[in-house]
Design a protein around this ligand. Structure first.
Ligand code: 9MR
Length: 376
């Protein structure tokens, strides 16, 4: 039996109205077909945080304090679905460091309390990145003080939240093969001021400030067929860090999936195995699916987005080293994908819940793949 017949057969067996077997699939290449039949969930279906917990996994989302405080309905859905919260902006330099000598923890503390009150794990995002920097960074940080400034930032911030953070993204997006360095690193201000060892210095400082949090290297664009160089350079960086006994515990795979981009399941699986073989955990830290390339029709669009969620999660959630799945937002009411605006100006629908907080097929794709995941 051909794979397509098998999948279509599953759909027929499930008898689901919005499910599989619809015409759109015939035009999809093999790699874009989901492995699990999709239909809309019943209203009282178990929340994602519970489905994940049954497998010793975490499910949650990124969000901002201002969404939770201004929108109690959104906050209640966030509490219901999420077992982990990533502050989308509040723990970046730009928000923590109003001036060169000040730290402002108000919004971060508010989110930490919200997470604790709702039995959610809290993620730390992010300590060393070339973006999310305050306006004074360029004028105040230079090659002479960069080391002290970076270490002081990490010590103060990680120390402040010590005991409250499940995992810290210590270094974010440091690999960029297109910069053509032999070590594959990105030419960012930290590298230019401190050299390539800034990465291990950051991990050492984070470990000293909170010995009990998971220390994560977080990276973007590791997912697609075309990302061979990014995967290879990231793996090489992780190997170097492990060989030097740098305290690093996990790789964060962001997972910002572009609808038109192809996933290669075999390559992805192999990469996850290689990372796991280094003794590292893997977290899916920022998953979402851009609907830009898909039709305006909402049923078709939601189905195509969900198929990509499913295709991706049917690979990554089967890897036992993966311990968490975090989407970059929960509801289409609050999305960061403004730069991915649709040409037809229809509102984008990249996330598990719609703007009215209804669960979408993308929610079902996550739920089905959590149910199909092996227990950790
Ligand atoms: O979604 C975030 C957006 O609201 C911020 O303006 C931006 C800069 O701080 O960062 C966005 O989040 C990024 C994340 O921190 C790292 N990976 C890519 C995310 C989307 O751009």
């Amino acid at each position: 039996m051909k794979r397509r017949d098998f999948v279509l057969g599953l759909g027929t067996m499930a008898g689901a109205g919005v499910a599989v077997g619809v015409d759109g699939w015939r035009s999809h290449p093999v790699h874009q077909r989901p492995s699990v039949a999709l239909s809309l969930p019943s209203h009282d279906a178990q929340p994602l945080r519970e489905l994940a917990a049954q497998k010793n996994l975490l499910y949650g989302a990124a969000t901002q304090k201002r969404f939770l405080t201004s929108d109690p309905i959104f906050a209640s859905y966030f509490q219901r679905e999420c077992g982990v919260l990533t502050p989308e902006v509040e723990l970046k330099w730009k928000r923590l460091r109003p001036t060169p000598n000040e730290f402002n923890f108000n919004d971060g503390d508010w989110l930490a309390n919200f997470a604790a009150q709702n039995q959610m794990a809290l993620r730390g995002h992010t300590l060393v990145w070339h973006k999310g920097l305050p306006p004074w960074f360029a004028t105040h940080i230079n090659a002479l003080n960069a080391r002290d400034q970076m270490l002081k930032h990490i010590e103060t911030v990680v120390g402040h939240f010590a005991g409250r953070v499940h995992s810290w993204d210590v270094v974010n997006e440091a690999v960029f093969p297109l910069h053509h360095r032999r070590d594959g690193l990105r030419e960012n201000p930290w590298l230019q001021m401190l050299g390539p060892n800034y990465i291990e210095m950051a991990f050492q400082a984070a470990a000293a400030a909170d010995p009990n949090t998971l220390l994560v290297y977080n990276e973007v664009a590791l997912d697609f067929d075309e990302n061979d160089k990014k995967r290879a350079a990231t793996l090489a960086l992780l190997q170097r860090l492990k060989a030097k006994k740098v305290p690093i515990h996990a790789l964060g795979i962001q997972g910002h999936l572009r609808g038109k981009t192809k996933i290669n399941a075999e390559k992805l699986k192999t990469f996850l195995r290689e990372v796991s073989a280094l003794g590292l955990k893997i977290m899916i830290t920022e998953l979402d699916v851009t609907d830009r390339a898909f039709p305006r029709d909402i049923d078709q669009r939601d189905r195509q987005v969900a198929e990509i969620y499913s295709e991706y999660l049917s690979v990554v959630l089967q890897e036992p080293a993966v311990n968490a799945l975090i989407t970059w937002g929960l509801s289409d009411r609050y999305i960061w994908l403004k730069n991915e605006a649709r040409k037809d100006v229809a509102l984008p629908r990249p996330l598990p819940l719609d703007r009215q907080m209804n669960r979408k097929l993308a929610w079902s794709a996550i739920a089905n793949n959590l149910k199909a995941a092996p227990k950790r």
